[in-house]
Design a protein around this ligand. Structure first.
Ligand code: IMP
Length: 193
């Protein structure tokens, strides 16, 4: 059965397609179908934003959709940047702008700086909705380290690791990340044994 993954992010599409290999579902991304719909994500929760994406695309194609939304929550900053993770330093800011803002906000707080990435992964087919969550705990380090990954990866050190996500191989990150956890759970819902 065909399922549209409502993302324009190629990296995410590759990972999720791999996860659903050998299931009854064929995952196609928005890029695969040549769709570049702009979706306004203005909910105040990750789940709400993921559902907005899923519903907009479902209404357009009347085909089952999966979608996700994710971000960083930092304990000492009252869980900011949260749903504003992509544009923490302002509209059209870069990943580096966001990391600089984060480090500057944290500089007056004592170390460690506990944080977590959160991901909501949803399925919507017009009748059924599944919403599942993944969390990835760690801490913010006060200098950027590593070149891999994206977003806050250079300043996020996962629990139990000495390296930041930007110093870790993408394949390893993708096995343990908030997104991997959320989509594994979603797959279990969609493919009950
Ligand atoms: P989205 O789910 O792609 O909309 O992600 C929102 C924002 O959260 C991204 O722009 C990043 O700033 C941040 N983010 C989400 N997941 C990750 C991750 O795995 N590493 C680093 N930053 C992330």
């Amino acid at each position: 059965m065909k399922v549209i993954f409502a993302t324009g992010n190629n990296g995410k599409a590759i990972e999720v397609k791999k996860l659903f290999e050998n299931t009854e579902y064929e995952i196609v991304s928005l890029k695969d179908i040549g769709d570049n719909t702009e979706i306004i994500e203005d909910a105040d929760t990750f789940e709400g934003n993921a559902l907005i994406k899923a519903k907009v695309i479902y209404e357009k194609y009347k085909t089952p959709v999966i979608a996700d939304d994710s971000g960083l929550m930092v304990e000492q900053l009252n869980n900011e940047p949260g749903v504003f993770s992509a544009r923490y330093a302002g509209e059209n800011c870069t990943y580096d702008d966001n990391n600089n803002k984060l480090l500057s906000e944290l500089k007056n707080f004592p170390e460690p700086h506990p944080a977590k990435f959160v991901c909501a992964a949803v399925y919507y087919d017009g009748n059924t909705t599944h919403s599942l969550f993944g969390e990835f705990k760690g801490e913010i380090v006060m200098e950027k380290r590593g070149e891999k990954g994206f977003g806050y990866d250079p300043v996020f050190k996962p629990e139990g690791y000495e390296v930041t996500l930007a110093e870790m191989d993408l394949e390893e990150k993708n096995k343990i990340s908030h997104r991997a956890i959320a989509f594994e759970k979603l797959k279990e819902k969609m493919c009950p044994a």
